[in-house]
Design a binder for this molecule. Structure first.
Ligand code: SLL
Length: 217
């Protein structure tokens, strides 16, 4: 019989994707301008329910019953609304795991980033999602079994398809974006550094001129 004995020295992680997708409503019958879904799932559509007891999504208090709890997959809430706000996703693990709940904080995004607002095609969904890993140290035997139950197959797909929006490709594209941002910042930094150096030289020259004028008085 299993006893809640912990597997000392074992560290195990499970990938997750969480966030939201939103789309502008074509016809607005109320104040609500967007339809959105906030979700927690495996990046490759894996069944994560084998190691999750309950997921709660805490919405803004302007929503009726703003604490939405799910004991079975899919862990997601679809709503209509008008504003962006922070959603707290609290993950509870089975009692036999002895693990404390984990809270994830995510900003519900309805609008495209300012830099793309002008060119965003009408009706194109807005995404704001994150890849993360839940890490467990010294899991109980029972929890270890639950964690490894659905581990078959690649954990992150190569390409994004349908619901599997996080992929190795999207990760690589994000890395490229970050690299290009870093090189733009470095370029600007060097440009300003050069300008600052030139200004320093000019200041020194002017100081010398002032000193010479003062001496000649
Ligand atoms: C804002 N601080 O002002 C945020 C709050 C709240 C959004 C956003 C409710 C919809 C409904 C809704 O969308 N609340 O009650 O059906 O932007």
């Amino acid at each position: 019989m299993k006893t809640g004995k912990r597997l000392k020295g074992v560290v195990i992680s499970r990938p997750i994707v969480y966030g939201n997708i939103a789309i502008e409503l074509p016809t607005q019958k109320s104040n609500n301008t967007h339809k959105w879904t906030v979700f927690l799932r495996g990046p490759n559509g894996q069944d994560i329910s084998s190691f999750i007891h309950k997921v709660e999504f805490k919405l803004h208090e302007t929503f009726v019953n703003n604490n939405r709890a799910f004991k079975t997959a899919p862990y997601e809430v679809t709503e209509t609304g008008w504003g962006e706000f922070e959603i707290i996703t609290k993950i509870y693990f089975p009692l036999s795991s002895g693990e404390k709940p984990i809270s994830l904080y995510h900003m519900l995004k309805l609008y495209p980033p300012d830099s793309q607002a002008q060119t965003w095609p009408k009706g194109k969904p807005v995404n704001n999602f994150f890849y993360d890993e839940l890490i467990f140290s010294d899991p109980t035997e029972e929890f270890f079994d639950a964690l490894t139950k659905s581990a078959a197959g690649p954990e992150i797909p190569l390409k994004a398809t349908g619901n599997h929006i996080f992929s190795l490709e999207s990760e690589a594209a994000e890395c490229k974006r970050l690299e290009s941002a870093v090189s733009q910042v470095t370029e600007k930094y060097n440009e300003y550094k050069g300008r600052a150096q030139a200004a320093e030289i000019e200041i020194a020259e002017l100081r010398r001129d002032i000193a010479a004028l003062d001496a000649a008085r």
